[in-house]
Design a protein around this ligand. Structure first.
Ligand code: HGY
Ligand code: MN
Ligand code: MN
Length: 407
C-alpha cells in the first residue's frame, strides 16, 4: 500500500471536526460527521466504486470482482468521541479504501468483490447503543427502533440522518459478505508491551452500559443538618468507589468505569437534588459480566434505601463477549508473517463493529499499536510505519479471502 497516501488522508480527514488541542470531535450525525463522511465518499467516488447508503446511514463502497460472489468486507467507523484521536475508526475505513486503491492501480481484479464500509454511530456517545449502524446492518436492531433513538437534546437519529443527507434507501444489509476483517488501533498497551507490530484479535469483551439517576432533596448547604440529608452526591460517590472495588475484586479482564457524573443544580451552596451517572462494565466472560451487573444493581438499591434516595437504573447497552473465527485469526497471523511483521494474539476490551459482524460471517480484526496505549484522547497516536504495516496485512488478508471460491 502507499503509506504516505494513507497518512495524508488520515490527516485530511482529521480536519473534519478538528479541535484546538489536536484532537477530533465528530459526534455521530453532527455537521463534523457529515464533513468527514463527505470527504471519504469523495475518495470512494474517485475510484468508481459502487456506492450504497442504507436507512441507518451506513456507507458501503464495492469494488466488483471477476465474479459476482459474496464480497469480502472491511471497514469501521468515522464518528469519534467528544475529544478523540484521528485513528480510532478512521484507520479502518481509510485502510480499506487504501487496499482497494492499491488493487485498482495495480490492475488486480480479485475473484470476489471487496466492500469497504463506514458504519454509523459506532461510539455511542451521542446516541445509544454504540455500534448502532453495524447492529442494524446485522439485524440486531430493527431500523424503525434505531431511527427513533434520541440524544440528550431529544433529537432523533432519523431526523439527524435526514438533516445531514445520509438517510439512504439501500436495503439492509446492502451486501451479504462472506467474511469481515477490520483494521483498528489497539487502544491499549499490549502490543507495545509485547513488542509486536500486528495484533491478531481473537475476540471482543462483553459490554454493559447502565444509566443511573439518584433523586434526593435539594437543600441549603448552610442550614441543612448532616443527619437526615438525602444527598445524591454521596450516593453517586458510593457507586463510583463500589465500581472500582468490584473490578479489583473480580480481577482478570474485568473493567468498571463511571465516565459521566452530573449533579443538579451543581451549585456550591446547594445540597444536590439529583445525580445522573453512567456505569460501563466490561468482561471477556459472559457469566462474570452478568454477576457484576447483579452486584451493581443490588448495591445501588441498598444504597438508595439507606440514603433515602429514589433511584432509576436503565440498561442502555448490553453486548455479549464475542470469539472471532479461529481460521480468520490464523490468516491474520500468516499475513503478518508473510510480511515479516511480528504478531501477537490478543482480545479487545474496546467494542468494535466487528463485534456485530461476527454474527453474520467469519470475522476478525487486525490491531496496530497505540503509543502508550492511549486512545479516546487527542494524544492518540500510531507510528506511520505501523499504519502501513497494518494496511499491508489487511491487503494480504483480504486478497487471500477474495481468491477463495469457497469459504
Ligand atoms: O465503547 C467502546 O468500546 C467503543 O469505543 N465504542
Ligand atoms: Mn473504534
Ligand atoms: Mn472508540
Amino acid at each position: 500500500v502507499d503509506g504516505r497516501r494513507l497518512s495524508e488522508r488520515l490527516a485530511a480527514l482529521a480536519r473534519a471536526g478538528a479541535r484546538p488541542g489536536g484532537g477530533v470531535c465528530r459526534l455521530a450525525l453532527t455537521d463534523a460527521d457529515r464533513e468527514g463522511r463527505d470527504r471519504v465518499v469523495a475518495w470512494m467516488r474517485e475510484l468508481d466504486l459502487r456506492m450504497t447508503v442504507d436507512g441507518i446511514g451506513n456507507v458501503v463502497a464495492v469494488l466488483p470482482g471477476r465474479e459476482d460472489l459474496p464480497p469480502v468486507m472491511t471497514g469501521s467507523h468515522l464518528d469519534t468521541v467528544a475529544d478523540g484521536g484521528r485513528y480510532d475508526g478512521s484507520l479502518g475505513v481509510l485502510a480499506g479504501l487504501e487496499v482497494v486503491e492499491t488493487l485498482v492501480r495495480a490492475g488486480v481484479r480479485p475473484l470476489r468483490p471487496i466492500a469497504v464500509a463506514s458504519f454509523t454511530n459506532e461510539e455511542g456517545v451521542r446516541f445509544t447503543p454504540d455500534m448502532l449502524g453495524s447492529l442494524v446492518f446485522c439485524g440486531g436492531m430493527d431500523l424503525e427502533q434505531a431511527l427513533e433513538q434520541r440524544d440528550a437534546a431529544g433529537t432523533t437519529v432519523g431526523d439527524e440522518l435526514e438533516r445531514i443527507g445520509y438517510r439512504g434507501s439501500a436495503p439492509i444489509p446492502s451486501v451479504r459478505p462472506c467474511a469481515f476483517v477490520e483494521l483498528h488501533v489497539e487502544q491499549g498497551p499490549v502490543l507495545e508491551q509485547r513488542g509486536a507490530t500486528i495484533g491478531a484479535v481473537t475476540g471482543v469483551a462483553g459490554i454493559s452500559w447502565t444509566e443511573i439517576e439518584l433523586v434526593g432533596q435539594a437543600n441549603h448547604a448552610g442550614t441543612t443538618p448532616m443527619c437526615g440529608r438525602r444527598d445524591p452526591a454521596c450516593g453517586a460517590a458510593g457507586i463510583v468507589t463500589f465500581v472500582r472495588r468490584l473490578a479489583l475484586e473480580i480481577g482478570g479482564s474485568h473493567l468498571g468505569t463511571v465516565g459521566r457524573l452530573v449533579l443538579r443544580p451543581n451549585l456550591v451552596n446547594v445540597v444536590p437534588g439529583s445525580a445522573e451517572l453512567t456505569v460501563d462494565l466490561r468482561n471477556g466472560d459472559e457469566a462474570a459480566l452478568g454477576e457484576a451487573e447483579r452486584r451493581l444493581e443490588a448495591h445501588v438499591e441498598e444504597l438508595a434505601r439507606t440514603d433515602g434516595l429514589r433511584c432509576d437504573m436503565r440498561r442502555v447497552v448490553r453486548l455479549q463477549p464475542v470469539a472471532f473465527d479461529e481460521e480468520m485469526v490464523d490468516l491474520v497471523e500468516q499475513s503478518a508473517e508473510s510480511l515479516a511483521h511480528s504478531a501477537a494474539r490478543l482480545t479487545s476490551g474496546a467494542g468494535h463493529d466487528a463485534q456485530m459482524m461476527a454474527r453474520v460471517c467469519p470475522t476478525t480484526m487486525i490491531f496496530v499499536p497505540s503509543r502508550g496505549g492511549v486512545s479516546h484522547s487527542p494524544e492518540e497516536h500510531t507510528a506511520p510505519e505501523h499504519l502501513q504495516a497494518g494496511a499491508n496485512v489487511l491487503l494480504r488478508t483480504i486478497l487471500a479471502l477474495a481468491e477463495r471460491r469457497h469459504r
